[in-house]
Design a protein around this ligand. Sequence first.
Ligand code: GCU
Length: 676
Amino acid sequence: KAEDGYRLWLRYDKIDDAALLQQYRSQIGSVSFENTSPTLSIAKKELLTGLEGLLNKKITGGKSINNRIVVLLKPKESGGKTTADYNPLGKEGFSILTIDKTKNIIVITANTDIGCLYGVFHFLRLLQTHQSIQNLNITSVPKIQNRILNHWDNLNRHVERGYAGLSIFNWHELPGYIDQRYIDYARANASIGINGTVLTNVNANALVLTKDYLQKVKALADVFRPYGLKVYLTARFSAPIEMGGLKTADPLNDSVRLWWKAKADEIYALIPDFGGFLVKANSEGQPGPQNYGRTHADGANMLADAVVPHGGIVMWRAFVYSNETPEDRFKQAYNEFKPLDGKFRKNVLLQVKNGPIDFQPREPFSPLFGAMPQTPLMMEYQITQEYFGQGTHLVYEAPLFKEVLDADTYASGKGSTVAKVIDGSLQNYSITGMAGVANIGNERNWTNHPFGQANWYAFGRLAWNHDLSSAQIADEWIRQTFGNEAKLVSTIKNMMLASREAVVNYMTPLGLAHIMGTGHHYGPAPWVSNAGRADWNPVYYHRADSFGIGFNRTATGSNALAQYAPEVQKQWNDSNTCDEKFLLWFHHVSWQHKMNSGRNLWNELCAKYQQGVDTVRWMQQQWSSLKNFVDEERFKQVQMFLTVQEKDAEWWRDACLLYFGTFSKMPLPINYEKPG
Ligand code: GCU
């Protein structure tokens, strides 16, 4: 069916397990909503549509006594219908409780209508994934407050690093025409708890802040509001000059400050729940406070002051590095921001990419995590696959997200994981956030590769609850998206869980990074040394020579390791004990270096590249075995993409090994396939 991709994980087809269907049918007779609001109308429609699809029967809105699902807000007077404990639920959490076992009454309840909507989606997920709905006692509260998609979408609909068509936001037609897709987008986000969206690219010009465009933004905000999805915009730092006719954008200049205050007031008059601004400043050519000799804190605080009367926040990006600084790029964000800890307003979050460089298939966690106890740090992940085979490679990113969340910063001793830093529990942050650069476009199936949907899904689920494992999230996504047959679920899950490591192996094994084609970032180009900026050159990162390969970041090199806690340094600062996943991130190692496998480094590199290719071939076989389990359209699509991925994996392997072999001067292992 052509709509299979469009429906994402929100498929409510009739349950195909006859016994289970029978059981659910007997357990669910009617639905009642005790309160009304636009959000609750959405919840009601979702619940009725979902149940009618899954159970293939008409559900009444009546109040039959037994087998009822009741959705209600916290009752005004105590002693109401539920035994729920509302305090811990906060503004977005929910409980799903079986309150009467004999009459079989299930209550979905929350303090707020959006909490009820989240509860409804959770309840439907139980059925979609064939869970028991007997004696339910579920409470779920998000661990992170701001769970935000970052669209790198331009107003002309080109998406920077977007591989799924054009932007879904059609600015030309707004505000007059509301595409159904906006509603479906908001609904999909609500179903996984995403509660914010930055509509514009971090590199955007100031146009979106003009009066006419703000009307368009308002139209989107009005559509998204009942789904709990707040709208944010990027703020181009030089907007006061470009739009306001001022001579400067100096954050300490009174006219500039007044300009931003007035702009914020104008936005909030249209969109009272506007979320705030995301800013890329003094990075990759973008203007910022340093153009005026001011600090990042001065810039962020000016914007923070403008939005604070309205309850807004500023997400200031820590992705800064300069080609003019002779310092290792790895170290620059930390050097820039660490001294500013405690200097930001209370409504500022510093948005830090997961690793110190730039969304590589594998990076160590950014040393900023844990290093700024007085400044809320939020995580920035890249869901779109810029360095991950873009629109055509099957990569499940949850293992990458989890690897970073689970990493121990040792900021306050053992167990100081990155997850605890960003959820605020370690350093008592008052605001918390997680951002993901969106992989969504106007392709019929939203993400181009059907498995790209899993990454959008995993981002939302982890932002809500970072304790979930990659396998759990894959499991529920597969069941909702493809079906519940045991073979189908286990086969796809195994593929997904192996996929990220496969890409690491065929692109950048053993801690290599940033050796892709410059500019487009798709294929291999480790030989490039004239990219325009030294710090964009692959040779800057891999440093291969006749002795060996890798970037020495120990005390005898750039000493970036010193930015981590002593315990972390200890883990990584000896090339003989360093986790081999990170070896070449921190060490320049001889081609003869003996690896854990017993091979020397060169042979290990060859083996890893080959392993990456082999895993893709294995994924192809696995997928082929699912022909009778998946609809033809998605089956063929994934099959063709896997063929592309296999060719690309071979290309990466051959190009990298032929090139690195000119330094190692060692032969390819005997069983190595001849480059095609
Ligand atoms: C990467 C990406 C850019 C993007 C930048 C950023 O470098 O290639 O397109 O603008 O990250 O995060 O700001």
